[in-house]
Design a protein around this ligand. Structure first.
Ligand code: SF4
Length: 695
């Protein structure tokens, strides 16, 4: 029998709405939802490779309990009841001995995050964290320090922009389909793209201006742009006088940071910096200085992200057509809110978070994301208390958190590691129990609320029955909660119960999704009146350049610029990024995607390569203070001579992933675990490595 099913892709976290064509309980075709503006039915390579994941025999096919040493790959098959009973009994023992705070739950944020957060609150542990903090913790803090909003509450009106500056945001390779389609449309209409990166990416090749900046100096560029905009009076005076406070302090601060000064620091011509400031100002307010993601990640990243947002504020582009927008949810569209189980009353949790997020260690970082890079340290030091059990749902602590050798040692001291996963990830292979999750085409999930200019609801319906003995995470957590005596906090038996609970106050019914796979909550874009209607969430109701949030915690709003350390002779700054064929560390073993990009290579400048005797295509050994690896060299002028570059997520150590096993090197093994202690992000690009030809 043939049918069409509305669903949501989950080959990456973007979650494009999709149409799945099914014949006799098998998927024969996937495409983007043709009704969604900006998507136009498109799908990226990873989205198409969902088919390979569905049929992949190299994924966990049934619950498994470890029988040998951790990571040795010795397992016994278990029934679901047995695996869940085993997990629950171990968790009960850990909680009885060490308290509920000794259990941590980490995940890549997904449609069921409100359920996993509920599970942890009901358990009595404050220790839920998501991958978001690793990727954009400092972006989040920067936005809150200036506007009161988190980065997740902000968006970009690509379709109407006239000038966009991207800092390492390799948008044409690290894909989001709708934004790219909208940006391409804007570029067709004349929008200009400026791309700043020490590496020539595909995005660089499409830019009107490409700036090969000296690694780590993006902040210096921005201070000179702000200096020029203020000095030449190019800012949006109406907007700034209405919505921005702290301008005089900013003017005094940037006075010394001239384009000539920045030219020395960044290696970019001073006149180019001035031209960019003037061009951007001429396009205001339809301007975007993009706030994410791969721009310089250093121990002062918060100030780089703040400088980006300040540039937008000066040009009046926050809550402007063609600029940054404050995302609107159902309430802004005159509806009730979406139901979230996490909004219940829970027993009071008195223990602080293990990672000091929102507390002693990271006082202004967003505690709802946590700071997972602190996990190994907290486990090994038992400070602030022992951590004894960890549940990981599609997050990869052994490949996404810096210094994975230390992480592996720390995790090995735990009494229990549980992996709820679609793949034989590094952490699944190292776990004590694998509770295999159905892949997204095999399951229905919580309804997605996509806030934005036009808030919308999307649905992931189940396209086909599970190929193996797997379950969706909402069901796994419910069954586990029942065994732990906290099942009443997850009051559902089926996905329909969850959907009806989510929709009850929205004035939307399930049948409303039938025609197009989504429900628009507003017909027109919701942009607040720039004269009087913008609702900034700061105490003043304005953009606060001098931030009470930071200053009350003892952090200055405008610390003097500190140049990043230059790599010592014979060492290189390690840069890491993405390609269009892979998502983080989760797709390297996918049959189709592995064929496109089977391994990572080390990009190295020809001068450096010649000095070291490194040949293009030959193996090199790389080493940092915390780890080492082996991969092929790609000798290219497309990388700044002070840096080397590798793709993220390779160097797999799991033999069950035969296609990706031991291909390339893992960046997380090499990266030192340093953090921006103000913003909360890991300082991923503060690691220097040596390179030598492999023996
Ligand atoms: S960008 Fe590609 S992989 Fe990501 S959700 Fe969209 S189609 Fe899927």
């Amino acid at each position: 029998m043939a049918k069409d099913v509305w669903s949501i892709c989950f080959m990456c976290t973007v979650r494009c709405p999709i149409l799945v064509k099914v014949v006799d309980d098998d998927v024969v075709w996937i495409q983007g939802n043709p009704h969604v503006p900006g998507l136009e039915g498109a799908l990226c390579a990873k989205g198409s490779a969902g088919l390979a994941l569905l049929h992949d025999q190299e994924r966990p096919q049934y619950p498994m309990i470890r029988t040998g040493k951790r990571g040795a790959g010795q397992w016994r098959r278990a029934s679901w009841d047995e695996a869940l009973d085993y997990t629950a009994e171990k968790l009960k023992a850990v909680i009885a001995a060490h308290g509920p705070q000794s259990v941590v739950f980490g995940e890549r944020a997904n449609l069921n995050t409100h359920i996993s957060k509920t599970f942890m609150k009901a358990l009595g542990s404050p220790n839920h964290f998501t991958h978001d903090a690793l990727c954009k913790g400092s972006v989040n803090t920067a936005f809150r320090s200036l506007t009161g909003y988190t980065d997740a509450e902000m968006g970009i009106d690509y379709a109407n922009t006239r000038y966009i500056v991207l800092y390492g945001r390799n948008i044409f390779e690290s894909l989001e389909i709708r934004p790219i389609n909208n940006l391409l449309d804007a570029m067709e209409k004349g929008a200009k793209l400026v791309y700043v990166d020490p590496r020539v990416t595909i995005t660089a090749t499409k830019a009107d201006r490409y700036l090969m900046i000296r690694p780590g100096t993006d902040l210096a560029l921005n201070y000179a742009l702000i200096h020029t905009i203020l000095k030449e009076g190019l800012y949006d005076k109406d907007y700034v006088s209405r919505w921005v406070i702290g301008l005089e302090e900013l003017k005094a601060f940037v006075e010394p940071y001239t384009p000539a000064w920045a030219a020395e620091e960044t290696g970019l011509p001073a006149e180019t910096i001035v031209q960019i400031a003037r061009e951007a100002a001429a396009a205001k307010p339809q301007v975007v200085f993009h706030y994410g993601y791969r721009g310089a990640h250093h121990t002062n990243e918060i100030y780089f992200r703040r400088s980006i947002i300040i540039l937008n504020a000066l040009l009046g582009s926050i809550e402007a057509k063609g600029g940054l927008i404050i995302k609107k949810g159902p309430k802004a569209a005159g509806r009730g809110d979406i139901g979230k189980y996490v909004n219940q009353e829970f027993p009071k949790i008195t223990a602080p978070r293990f990672d000091g997020s929102g507390g002693a260690v990271f006082p202004v970082a967003d505690a709802s994301h946590g700071n997972p890079q602190q996990l190994a340290k907290a486990i090994l030091s038992q400070d602030p208390y022992p951590i004894k059990a960890a549940i990981f749902n599609r997050i990869e602590p052994l490949q996404s958190i810096a210094d994975s050798n230390t992480m592996r040692k720390a995790l090995d001291t735990l009494d229990l590691i549980v992996a709820i996963d679609v793949n034989f990830s590094e952490i699944a292979w190292f776990a004590d129990v694998i509770l295999p999750e159905s892949m997204y085409l095999e399951r229905a999930d919580s309804i997605q609320l996509a806030s934005g200019l036009k808030p919308q609801l999307f649905i992931r319906r189940q396209a086909v029955s599970p190929r193996y003995d797997t379950k969706p995470s909402w069901e796994i957590l419910k069954k586990l909660a029942d065994r732990l005596g906290i099942g009443s906090y997850l009051p559902y038996e089926s996905i329909e119960d969850i959907w009806n609970f989510q929709l009850q106050d929205l004035g939307v019914s399930l049948t409303d999704f039938d025609a197009k796979g989504f429900v628009a909550l507003s017909k027109d874009p919701i942009l607040w009146d720039r004269k009087d209607g913008i609702k900034f969430k700061t105490d003043s109701g304005k953009i606060e350049l001098v931030s009470p949030l930071l200053e009350k915690a003892g952090f200055p709003s405008f610390p003097p610029y500190q140049p990043p350390a230059r790599p010592p002779e014979g060492r290189f700054r390690l840069l890491v990024g993405r390609c269009a064929a892979h998502t983080h560390c989760s797709t390297q073993n996918n049959l189709y995607l592995n064929e496109l990009v089977p391994e990572n290579e080390l990009w190295i400048h020809p001068q450096a390569a010649a000095k070291l005797g490194v040949q293009d295509g030959a193996f090199v050994e790389v080493e940092s203070a915390v780890g080492r690896g082996r991969l092929k060299a790609k000798v290219t002028e497309f990388i700044h001579p002070e840096a080397v570059f590798m793709l993220h997520g390779f160097g797999k150590t799991v033999p069950a992933q035969t296609r990706a096993y031991q291909k390339g090197a893992s960046d997380a093994v090499l990266q030192e675990n340093l953090s921006d202690m103000v913003g909360g992000s890991p300082a991923y690009e503060d690691t220097f490595i040596t390179v030598r030809p492999a023996k």
